[in-house]
Design a protein around this ligand. Structure first.
Ligand SMILES: [Mn+2]
Length: 373
């Protein structure tokens, strides 16, 4: 007789929690490392800014300022998303824009939620602290300068979870602002536990929830649109064209960044009866098409079918993205007509051909607080 596997008894689950001795050992080791930080050291925490990176940097700053007062947080990318701007404004985060010539101002460097090989602006900086949750570097990616402290926890859903662990180990009480930031960091990277997140992330989230300002969380999460985007929404509503299979297409024209296309496409996923949507526009000389679907059709494959021959195109069942140079469009055709024609006529490629599973690589950009895309 087949026996159903019974869940682990509570006692076993509790045993998975670290023992008091293990906690004490971790606390001692962390304290010992911190003792090496001296008052005269000038620290710079470098990030590729998104909610998780910003929160982790603020937490590390909180820890480092116990030993030295000179700690700056610098970002290598622009922040344009309204929810991330709201996070900075409401939580009064102090983040400077990084310029390579600033390196001489500091004696020590830390990097959180990223690793030196992730971006050319990180390369060549001698990092003393590396804290991240992305995959560990391959041997050839290990920096020449050996960091004094490196913690790459790939089972963690967010770097904010690692930093929350340190705050707890060091018995540091986070302010409501810092707790709110860390909570948003975990929420963003796990897509509110819909996409990822393990036991430690949940435990950290619960611990932070009791200390965070829930009113601020709501305000930041709901900051979805910029005032300057509203005319572009009007353009989307006016240009909306129905397509077969309960789909729809919109062309917005020139936009400053693809963020607004993503926001408009996300908005249309809330319209009853629309099964899929393609929202397109031009960012400088590049045409961008953002696809969303309710999952009844594989939108990543449709994106691939329509644009694989002119640029990068792909995605998942519910999210897709295509980018191609405007020069790929014949001279006698308008971009909107070119995209529409392909959406209406292209056939899916056979699955035996490799379909790119990942959304095409994008330059570092701040991630939404609400959900990943
Ligand atoms: Mn992260």
């Amino acid at each position: 007789m087949a026996t159903r596997k019974s869940p682990a008894p509570l006692a076993v689950m509790l045993a998975r929690r670290p023992s008091p001795a293990a906690i004490k050992a971790a606390r001692n080791s962390l304290t010992l490392r911190l003792e090496r930080i001296a008052k005269d050291q000038r620290w710079c925490i470098l990030i590729s800014a998104d909610p998780d990176a910003m929160a982790s940097a603020m937490a590390l700053k909180r820890i480092l300022t116990q030993r030295t007062r000179w700690v700056d947080v610098c970002r290598i990318n622009q922040i344009t998303r309204p929810d991330n701007l709201a996070m900075i404004r409401h939580l009064r985060l102090n983040i400077k824009e990084w310029k390579p010539e600033m390196q001489a101002n500091y004696t020590h460097f830390a990097i959180v939620d990223s690793q030196p090989h992730h971006h050319k602006l990180f390369a060549g900086i001698p990092f003393d602290i590396i804290i991240d949750h992305h995959p560990a570097p391959r041997p050839e990616q290990i920096p020449a300068h050996k960091p004094a402290f490196m913690d790459i926890c790939t089972v963690c859903g967010a770097a904010s979870t690692i930093l929350t662990r340190y705050l707890r180990l060091l018995r540091l009480r986070p302010s409501a602002t810092l707790a709110t930031a860390l909570l948003l960091g975990i929420r963003t990277d796990t897509a509110a536990f819909e996409r990822s997140g393990g036991e430690e992330d949940l435990d950290a989230y619960q611990w932070l929830s009791r200390r965070a300002d829930q009113n601020l969380v709501r305000r930041i999460v709901r900051s979805e649109y910029l005032r300057s985007w509203l005319p572009l929404f009007a353009e989307a509503f006016n240009s909306l064209k129905d397509l077969k299979g309960s789909g729809a297409f919109a062309w917005i024209g020139d936009v400053a960044s693809a963020d607004v296309l993503v926001s408009i496409a996300d908005f249309f996923t809330r319209v009853h009866g629309l099964k899929w949507i393609a929202v397109s526009g031009a960012v400088e000389e590049t045409c961008v098409v953002i696809f969303r679907s309710d999952g009844t059709r594989d939108i990543g494959r449709l994106s691939d079918a329509c644009f694989h021959d002119v640029g990068s195109a792909g995605g998942h069942k519910t999210l897709g993205r295509a980018e191609f140079p405007a020069s790929a469009i014949p001279d006698d055709m308008r971009p909107a007509d070119f995209i529409l024609q392909r959406l209406e006529t292209r056939k899916l490629r056979s699955l035996s051909k490799p379909v790119p599973q990942e959304v095409p690589p994008q330059p570092p950009t701040d991630r939404p607080v609400r959900q990943g895309d």
